[in-house]
Design a protein around this ligand. Structure first.
Ligand code: CIR
Length: 265
């Protein structure tokens, strides 16, 4: 195990939103996002990422795949290699074919999930292990197959539960540093983070749990002032980013990038 912090990244892949993003999947209809709104949120995200010190590979929009801006779901990336996943939503399955060629160009080792279903949004990489949350998108067969792929990359992993009705494991949590997680109360109550220091999201701000630590900063949805204040007081370098539009299609900050530390850069 390297001594590099898990949140130390120098490389990301993002995909420009397509105009079809207004038709993105959602569990509950709270109105469609506007294309211009999503694009503005994506532009600000990319700028914040570059400010945080990463080199971005920007892929072109895919009109046939409304949710393809959420590149986190069809693949997983690590310094040691990438894994092409099998997304659990039928409309998103073929996003893997679109991202795989880029991964094969950028990584020496690219594995393919051989069975079941798994979305990257269900995977939280921590210092000790890679946590794989079972959800409506990630089934046990996918999680078991993913553990075997992670073994090949030399990564320890564990299978955990996602609270009922929550889209992805990381919808409800994020890593703040190597010892600390930010979690909703409903997820923390399950005991999954007993080996971590836990910061609990204030009631009513649950979507803020999908924050994103990148190098020296923690990106947090700007609609969540109490979470921002809590993290600020705890000494984190908070960068508030607007997530109002992507929030309408159940997305947050981690969804919009694949992040890793490339030893080649
Ligand atoms: C979906 O339902 O797949 C998209 N509308 C949202 C994906 C969010 N991705 C993530 O949390 N990693």
């Amino acid at each position: 195990m390297t001594s590099r912090p898990v949140y130390h990244f120098n490389s990301i892949i993002v995909r420009t939103p397509s105009r079809s993003v207004v038709d993105g999947l959602r569990a509950e209809d709270r109105g469609s996002p506007t294309y211009d709104g999503v694009k503005a949120e994506h532009d600000a995200y990319l700028e914040a990422m570059r400010d945080a010190g990463v080199k971005a590979t920007v892929l072109p929009p895919l009109e046939a795949f409304p949710d393809s801006v959420f590149v986190e779901d069809p693949a997983l990336v690590f310094t040691e290699g990438a894994i092409v996943l099998r997304p659990g939503a039928a409309a998103r399955v073929r996003e893997t074919q679109e991202i795989a060629p880029t991964l094969r160009e950028m990584f020496h080792t690219v594995l393919d999930l051989p069975a079941g279903y798994a979305d990257g949004g269900d995977v939280l990489t921590t210092r000790e292990s890679v946590m794989i949350g079972l959800s409506a998108r990630t089934d046990r067969a996918g999680a078991v197959a993913l553990r075997a792929c992670l073994d090949k990359l030399g990564r320890k992993s564990e299978i955990v539960a996602t609270p009922e009705g929550v889209l992805h494991f990381k919808t409800d949590c994020s890593l703040l540093d190597d010892e600390t997680v930010l979690s909703t109360n409903r997820l923390a109550r399950s005991g999954v983070f007993k080996n971590f220091r836990q910061m609990i999201i204030p009631d009513g701000e649950e979507p803020a749990a999908n924050a994103l630590r990148v190098n020296d900063v923690v990106m947090v949805g700007s609609d969540f002032p109490r979470t921002i204040e809590m993290l600020d007081k705890a000494g984190y370098g908070v960068v508030p980013l607007k997530t109002t539009e992507i929030g309408k299609i159940d997305a947050g900050l981690s969804c919009m990038s694949l992040r890793w530390f490339s030893e080649a850069s």
